[in-house]
Design a protein around this ligand. Structure first.
Ligand SMILES: Cc1cc2nc3c(=O)[nH]c(=O)nc-3n(C[C@H](O)[C@H](O)[C@H](O)COP(=O)(O)OP(=O)(O)OC[C@H]3O[C@@H](n4cnc5c(N)ncnc54)[C@H](O)[C@@H]3O)c2cc1C
Length: 455
């Protein structure tokens, strides 16, 4: 079977990979000149890479880890110590750690929480632990039912003090979906907590050893091409053409640089586009169908990813850091965490700037200046005094519509990979799978899509 797939993000590439494993011929067409979608990256004139997002792989990503194993590239994941490290708000420049000991789950998670006395008091830990009991006893159904509440509402329902939000969950909510606990669905936070507490290595984190297009996407493309499939860049889907019987007849592709556009015909068709561009391309007859009209309720959230190169080392921490700063989410010194970006003498901080709705339209210089002001609090030793650290250069990557915004009520809007149109399928992190909007969710959606196509 020949399958046309629009979008070479992780969902589209994973779908093509699993179709080619099953003996089919996937033909992937990607609008941009770079692989990876939200894991895309570019090299500047100095040869330094800058990325769409700072990306962390978790132990609780079974489908992603299996993909690495199937491609024979597991050594490209650089696993860090099993800890979560937060900047301390009350003592600038210091950190508070949750260290997970080598015990079975959930004991290692419980020990990590009980062992941290900087952030939560004992009564807060007990109230919070009791609040989680229904999630542990009633499992996923309870977690899904909680999609009615924002995380802040869920905490209030369980009489958990607002301070717990300030200490832990503002940082976690921004890391999970680039928004605050007042907005995020409690299903998202409970899903992450469940995975972290139920799997021994669920919260263990790894960094890729270099830029994602070459170190992760290229091996998937090589795998697809070796089995007769193809991946074409700069080939944007412009129109989903319908046959008289309502099935898809072809993907009309735009021609770039004076090239002629063309129609790609296949036995089955997949949109692996993000939900926002897909909504614009839906053929008119489909828009009345509740399956497709529900997509209107899903919308990408803005986020900004910054890269700051300094003239010296700011930290030797080889891990992800939760900034707990009002403007920033997580960050890492990539000169420590990532082999390809390593520098023994100078730091390169990669930082996620979120929530970004008030900033996405502002000039890069303003965003860098605001971030530098935050860094003075995060690294007081390096930015005070007579010889402050000097910013050598920066890159700012804005994504106005990134992963779908996981506000309450979204679970019911997420579509399955099979659609009412028999030869048209969906892949993408927003489609229904249990890993929400993440790399794992994208890979799993691609795998489920391939299964839906092959039956
Ligand atoms: C700043 C940031 C940080 C993140 N951090 C993490 C993290 O730490 N861990 C984690 O698991 N996840 C993280 N994510 C989320 C993760 O990147 C995404 O969930 C995942 O990559 C989405 O994959 P996808 O294939 O569903 O969509 P996308 O990656 O968006 O792929 C869609 C593809 O479709 C293409 N396309 C669009 N329109 C057309 C068209 N008309 N024709 C052809 N092609 C088209 C796009 O160019 C793109 O290549 C982060 C995301 C961001 C933005």
């Amino acid at each position: 079977m020949r399958v046309a797939i629009a979008g070479a993000g992780l969902a589209g590439l994973a779908c093509a990979k699993y179709l080619s494993d099953a003996g089919h011929i996937p033909m992937v067409v990607e609008a941009r000149d770079v692989l990876g979608g939200k894991v895309a990256a570019w090299q500047d004139e100095d040869g330094d890479w800058y990325e769409t997002g700072l990306h962390i792989f978790f132990g609780a990503y079974p489908n992603m880890l299996q993909l690495f194993a199937e491609l024979g590239i597991e050594d490209r994941l650089q696993w860090k110590s099993h800890s979560m490290i937060f900047n301390r708000q009350e003592v600038p420049g210091t950190y508070s750690r949750f260290d997970f000991p080598d015990l079975p789950a959930p004991l290692n998670g419980v020990a990590a929480i009980l062992g941290n006395n900087d952030m939560l008091t004992w009564p807060e830990k007990v109230t919070f632990g009791l609040g989680l009991v229904p999630a542990m006893l009633r499992g996923q159904q309870y977690v899904e039912d909680c999609d009615r509440y924002s995380w802040s509402e869920w905490l209030r329902l369980h009489r958990i003090p607002e301070r717990v939000n300030d200490e832990v969950f503002v940082a976690m909510s921004k890391a999970l979906n680039f928004i605050n606990p007042d907005e995020i669905s409690s299903t998202v936070v409970l899903t992450a907590l469940n995975r972290f507490l139920q799997e021994k290595n669920g919260s263990r984190m790894a960094f890729l050893d270099g830029n994602p297009p070459e170190r992760l996407c290229k091996p998937i493309v090589d795998h697809i091409e070796a089995r007769g499939g193809s991946v074409e860049l700069r080939a944007p889907l412009r129109e989903i053409q319908l046959a008289e019987d309502g099935r898809v007849a072809g993907f009309r592709l735009g021609g770039l640089d004076g090239r002629e556009g063309r129609v790609l015909e296949a036995d089955a068709y997949v949109s692996a586009l993000p939900v926002d561009p897909l909504k614009l391309l839906l053929p008119d007859p489909w828009r009345q169908d509740p399956f497709f009209s529900r997509l209107e309720g899903l919308r990408g959230v803005p986020v900004i990813n910054l890269h700051l190169w300094f003239d010296r080392k700011l930290t030797d921490i080889d891990h992800l850091l939760f900034s707990r700063s009002p403007l920033l989410s997580v960050y890492a010194d990539m000169s420590n965490t990532c082999r390809e970006y390593a520098d023994p003498d100078r730091s390169m901080l990669e930082l996620v700037f979120a929530p970004a709705s008030d900033w996405i339209g502002r000039p890069d210089e303003e965003i860098v200046a605001a971030t530098m002001a935050e860094l003075e609090r995060l690294f007081p030793n390096h930015f005070g005094g007579d010889d402050p650290a000097r910013l050598r250069k920066s890159h700012v990557v804005k994504t106005p519509l990134s992963v779908y915004k996981t506000v309450p009520g979204c679970q019911a809007l997420r579509p399955s990979q099979a659609t009412p149109v028999p030869n048209f399928f969906l892949a993408g992190d927003y489609t229904m799978q249990r890993y929400l909007a993440s790399m794992e969710g994208a890979v799993l959606s691609g795998k489920l899509c391939a299964q839906a196509i092959t039956g």
